[in-house]
Write a protein that binds this ligand. Structure first.
Ligand code: BGP
Length: 458
């Protein structure tokens, strides 16, 4: 039997924007997702937008009971900035304030550790219209929003999170066009990344000022970049891919400074962001207390085959090609590689290069398209998901035995949820959501997860 340390946390992660939905009179303002869906619904899988997410707003009490039924000892969700402060930096929406208080109180009443994230890809549209994360004013608005959250909800929140996967809106908003504003603009992207980091560091500072004992962290999608081979050109490609993908937020968040090589590359392409000297001091002095780590699939790269066209706008892929390893293990239902060993490697990296800072595996899971086909006798028999979780936990356990400072495992996700442009395409839940009537049905993995949690291992 694989046994985890005492008090190891078992639970799941989700976000406000992916679960709450919207109802008449709730006072919520538009986020970039609400706006983009109105503008271009065809971009969203089956044209299902964020207002139709899994109705957690109305059903949260029952959903919180399901947390207990599936053995949760920890739960992570996010506050929607556009719900709490509809125009981003103006008045607080009293209905939202009450809603989040009820939810957070409800989690605590059930004896569950609560992790609350302030930002899961969702900016109030009013702020986006003013230039969003490209403008310095946004940092001030975010800091104010963060302070309001700390002051209003601190008594229920065990751990705060400043941002979820902050590199994702940079990549997809300014390079690959899967997030609004769907631009191709490296200079803006770098500025957005810098402002996001500064905002995160300021939130850490504010949190500690309000409650010095409270833990605050950032959630990063960390994966080592695995080179195709040990050829120096492949190894260099992997090193640079990791600078962009992971270290761009990992180093300033945990070490308080940016990697010198990343700064050199950014400078070389004339992409340095504008900043003030005191910003660097804020980043240096306000490192996180812990890390959340999301891990789904490895990043494999090779040295680039071609030189970029001299007129091409800058892309990180000037430095590496994505690489598909022959014979890789696949999740055919999502099209992602499965590489459990990645968890161990992440743990080693944190242990050896990041001072063995405390961390929680905050997202890991298996997305499955067309999951209804695995339904037998009314229950989804998701043995593949159980196996996926077990295999990753085995690697995590190995790392903990070797000294990794990991305090918990949160699966993505508890009830099947809406996911950005993919909408409801890939199902990840321990609990099935029937979109026709919004009913919830515990999957085989949900029952198994309860045993896992109760036995603290498997
Ligand atoms: C993570 C995000 C989640 C969720 C998950 C699954 O990166 O933090 O919000 O969307 O990915 O993604 P997908 O539904 O695209 O498979």
């Amino acid at each position: 039997m694989i046994q985890f340390p005492k008090d190891f946390l078992w639970g799941s992660s989700t976000s406000g924007v992916q679960t709450e939905g919207r109802i008449e009179g709730d006072g919520k303002g538009d986020s970039t997702w609400d706006y983009w869906f109105k503008l271009e619904p065809q971009k969203f899988h089956q044209e299902i937008g964020p207002e139709t997410t899994s109705t957690f707003y109305q059903h949260f009490e029952k959903d919180l009971d399901l947390l207990v039924e599936t053995g949760h000892t920890a739960f992570r969700t996010s506050i929607q900035w556009s719900r709490l402060i509809p125009d981003g930096d103006g008045a607080i929406n009293p209905i939202a304030l009450e809603f989040y208080k009820q939810v957070f109180r409800g989690v605590k009443e059930r004896g569950i550790e609560l992790l609350v994230n302030l930002y899961h890809f969702d900016l109030p549209m009013v702020l986006e219209e003013k230039g969003g994360w490209t403008k310095r004013e946004i940092v001030v608005a975010y800091e104010r929003y963060a302070r309001i959250c700390f002051e209003e909800f601190d008594e229920w929140v065990d751990r705060w999170i400043t941002f979820n996967e902050p590199i994702v809106p940079v990549e997809h908003g300014y390079f690959y066009q899967n997030h609004y504003p769907a631009a191709v603009d490296a200079k803006a992207g770098v500025q957005v990344a810098f402002h996001t980091q500064l905002a995160s560091s300021l939130a850490v500072k504010a949190c500690h000022q309000i409650n010095p004992d409270k833990k605050i962290g950032i959630v990063l999608n960390l994966t080592p970049a695995y080179p195709r081979s040990q050829h120096p050109a492949d190894v260099k490609a992997a090193r640079i891919a990791e600078l962009f993908q992971a270290k761009s937020f990992l180093d300033p968040s945990v070490k308080g400074r940016y990697p010198a090589e990343l700064i050199e590359i950014i400078k070389h392409h004339d992409l340095l962001p504008s900043f003030e000297e005191c910003d660097l001091e804020v980043i240096r002095e306000n490192i996180v207390d812990y890390l959340g780590v999301n891990y789904y699939q490895p990043l494999r790269v090779a040295a680039p085959k071609y030189l970029p066209h001299p007129d091409s706008p800058f892309f990180p892929e000037f430095y590496y090609d994505h690489y598909q390893m022959p014979g890789r293990k696949m999740n055919p239902h999502r099209g992602w590689e499965i590489y459990e060993r990645g968890v161990y490697d992440i743990a080693q990296n944190i242990q050896n290069d990041y001072g063995n800072i405390e961390w929680i595996l905050t997202e890991n899971g298996m997305g499955v398209e067309g999951e209804e086909k695995f339904k037998v006798g009314g229950t989804i028999q998701d043995d593949y998901r159980i196996e996926f979780i077990k295999d990753h936990l085995t690697e995590l356990h190995r790392a903990i035995q070797e000294g990794a400072n990991c305090k918990g495992y949160l699966v993505w996700t508890f009830i099947d949820c809406w996911s950005w442009l993919n909408s409801y395409k890939n199902r990840y839940g321990l609990i099935e959501l029937d979109l026709t009537d919004q009913s919830r049905h515990i999957k085989k993995s949900g029952h198994w997860f309860k045993e896992l949690s109760q036995q603290n291992g498997f």
